[in-house]
Design a protein around this ligand. Structure first.
Ligand code: HEC
Length: 122
């Protein structure tokens, strides 16, 4: 399956056939994130320093950096905490995650998780 991601200002979900369940799952994940009172607006403000590599809307700007948009907040927060603790190591991300507080991590995760993706099969 080929993923096509459009770098437009508003990224819309375009579900095709089998991808409907994926967008439903994403909807559930977003719902769960919101219930945990995280602040995507504060996360967006903090994400300015991440944009060089991960893009202003979480779509990677570098060949070796992953997309963050639309990833589950729980997954993103876990990865950032793993970089911070040293459990997951990367020369860039270990440095980036080091000063982040738990709240900042949760807010960043909420922001990237709140971005809707457009995916479709070729
Ligand atoms: C200089 C470039 C750069 C900057 C700035 C940067 N990152 Fe990253 N990020 C990377 C790279 C490269 C990786 C892949 C690292 C690896 O292989 O573990 C990554 C990985 C990640 C991952 C793991 C994603 C996954 O799918 O497992 C998260 C989450 C993340 N970055 C969040 C952030 C946040 C939040 C910021 C800002 C506070 C940030 N990054 C700033 C380059 C960057």
């Amino acid at each position: 399956m080929t993923k096509t991601m459009t770098k437009t200002k508003t990224i819309r979900v375009v579900p095709t056939n089998g991808l409907l369940s994926m967008s439903l799952a994403l909807g559930l994940a977003l719902g769960a994130g919101a219930a945990q009172a995280r602040d995507p607006v504060a996360g967006k403000a903090k994400a300015g320093m991440c944009a060089t590599c991960h893009g202003p809307l979480g779509l990677s700007q570098l060949p070796n950096a992953p997309h963050l948009a639309g990833q589950p907040a729980i997954y993103l927060a876990e990865q950032l905490k793993a970089y911070r603790s040293g459990k997951r190591q990367n020369e860039v991300m270990s440095v980036m995650a080091k000063p982040l507080t738990d709240d900042e991590i949760d807010n960043l995760a909420a922001w990237y998780a709140s971005i809707e993706l457009s995916v479709k099969e070729k």
